[in-house]
Design a protein around this ligand. Structure first.
Ligand SMILES: [Zn+2]
Length: 379
C-alpha cells in the first residue's frame, strides 16, 4: 500500500492523515522512517507529528540510550486518543460499541429486536449512543460507522429472504445515522466491515491474501487481496451464499434450488433444530465442499471463519478443516492452517464499523476504505 504526501501547502490536512496512517500501519516508527515512506521531508513530518501529539492522537516514547547518541523517539497511535462508535445492525438486533483507536471494544450496548425497521432501529441507536456518550470511559468521539447486511440499493439476489433486512431500501442511511449520533457517519456491508476489522486489528497483520467467510444469519464472504477487499464489478465478489451446493435442493428465496446458504448459515442451523455437534456432523460434506471451492477459486493463504455465529459453533466448523481433501491449498509448505477462526469473531463487524469512522475522518482514503493507493503530487 503506497501512501504519499504532497508538498503543496493546500495538502496539509491530507499530509496529516497520511502521517497518522503511516504510524498506525508501521508503528512504533520514527520520524525519519515516516518521511522516507510517505515522501515528505523530515521537517514536514516533524511539524505534523507535533500537531498530532498536541491533539493526543499519537504517543512518542524515547528508548533508554545505549552507547553513544540519543535514540530517536518511537511513535505509536495513542489507543485512548479518541473513540469511534461501531454499530452493527442485523436481522436479530443492534449492537453499538465504543471502540478505541487500537480497535479494542471499550464498552458496548445491545438490543435484541427482530428485523427492525429504520425508524425503530435509529431510535434504538440514538438511545444506546446517549448511554455510551455518558459513560466515564467515553473519550473524544471521532465518528460513527454502521455495518449492516448489504449490499444496499442494489437489485441483488442476496438482498432477499429471511437472512437480510427488509424495509431498508431507499433509506438515506448516512443522513439518518448522522442525525441519530450527532457524528460524521459512515457505513459498509457487514462482511466487508468484518474483513476490514480483521485486516486492521487482527490477522491482517500476518496475512494479506485470505478469504473471510462471514458466517452470520446468512452466509457471505470477502476475498482480501494484498490487504484490500476484492470487490468485483458491482461490489458483490465473493458472495458465496448463493452458489449451488445441492442439486435440486431446497428452494432459496433468490429463486434457485440448493443454494449454500440454505444449508450453511445461522438461519439454516436454527431451522434444522439440531444440537451444534449434530448439525456440524450433518453439514460437514457441504462445509468442506464450500471451503475447497473457495480455495480453488481464490488460492488464499487461509480461509478466516468469523461472523455472528456463536464462538463454539465457529470453532467446531473450523476443526472440520483437518479432514479436508485435496485442493490447490493442500500444500505441504503452509504457514497457516487451511481454515482459521477470526481473531475476534463476535466483535469483528463492530470493530470494522468503528474503523470506517476513524479512517473516514482521519485517513487519506476518505470515504473509500478499500483504495489501494493514493496519488499525491510531489514537486
Ligand atoms: Zn439463493
Amino acid at each position: 500500500m503506497a501512501l504519499r504526501g504532497t508538498n503543496q501547502e493546500s495538502g496539509r490536512p491530507y499530509n496529516r492523515r497520511i502521517v497518522l496512517e503511516s504510524i498506525r500501519l508501521h508503528g512504533p516508527t520514527t520520524r525519519g522512517e515516516i518521511a522516507e515512506r510517505v515522501h515528505l521531508t523530515v521537517q514536514t513530518v516533524s511539524t505534523i507529528v507535533r500537531e498530532l501529539e498536541d491533539q493526543g492522537l499519537i504517543l512518542s516514547v524515547r528508548e533508554e540510550p545505549r552507547g553513544r547518541g540519543i535514540p530517536p523517539s518511537m511513535l505509536t497511535v495513542n489507543p485512548e486518543g479518541g473513540h469511534a462508535l461501531g454499530i452493527h445492525l442485523t436481522p436479530l438486533g443492534i449492537e453499538v460499541a465504543l471502540v478505541n483507536l487500537r480497535g479494542d471494544v471499550v464498552e458496548s450496548r445491545h438490543r435484541y429486536t427482530s428485523n427492525p425497521m429504520p425508524d425503530q432501529a435509529f431510535a434504538l441507536i440514538r438511545e444506546m449512543v446517549v448511554e455510551l456518550k455518558s459513560s466515564p470511559r467515553c473519550g473524544r468521539l471521532l465518528g460513527a460507522g454502521l455495518a449492516l447486511p448489504g449490499p444496499f440499493d442494489i437489485e441483488s439476489m442476496s438482498f432477499v429472504g429471511p437472512t437480510t433486512m427488509t424495509g431498508w431500501k431507499n433509506v438515506d442511511i448516512g443522513a439518518r445515522l448522522a442525525d441519530a449520533t450527532g457524528l460524521p457517519a459512515f457505513m459498509e456491508n457487514d462482511m466487508a466491515a468484518a474483513a476490514l476489522g480483521e485486516q486492521l486489528y487482527g490477522l491482517g497483520q500476518q496475512l494479506s491474501d485470505y478469504y473471510y467467510l462471514f458466517f452470520s444469519v446468512g452466509l457471505g464472504g470477502t476475498m482480501m487481496t494484498d490487504g484490500v477487499v476484492m470487490s468485483g464489478a458491482w461490489g458483490n465478489a465473493g458472495e458465496i451464499g448463493h452458489i449451488p451446493a445441492v442439486p435440486d435442493g431446497e428452494l432459496c428465496p433468490c429463486g434457485n434450488l440448493g443454494c449454500l446458504e440454505r444449508y450453511l448459515s445461522l438461519d439454516a442451523f436454527r431451522r434444522r433444530g439440531l444440537s451444534e455437534a449434530n448439525w456440524v456432523r450433518e453439514i460437514t460434506p457441504i462445509f468442506c465442499n464450500a471451503i475447497r471451492t473457495i480455495e480453488n477459486l481464490f488460492d488464499p493463504e487461509t480461509v478466516v471463519l468469523g461472523g455472528l455465529a456463536p464462538q463454539s459453533l465457529i470453532e467446531q466448523l473450523a476443526t472440520l478443516a483437518d479432514g479436508l481433501s485435496n485442493s490447490v491449498s493442500a500444500r505441504a509448505n503452509r504457514t497457516h492452517p487451511r481454515v482459521v477462526v477470526a481473531s475476534d469473531c463476535q466483535h469483528s463487524a463492530l470493530r470494522g464499523a468503528a474503523a470506517l469512522a476513524v479512517f473516514g475522518v482521519l485517513s487519506p482514503r476518505f470515504g473509500q476504505m478499500f483504495e489501494t493507493s493514493e496519488k499525491g503530487t510531489v514537486e
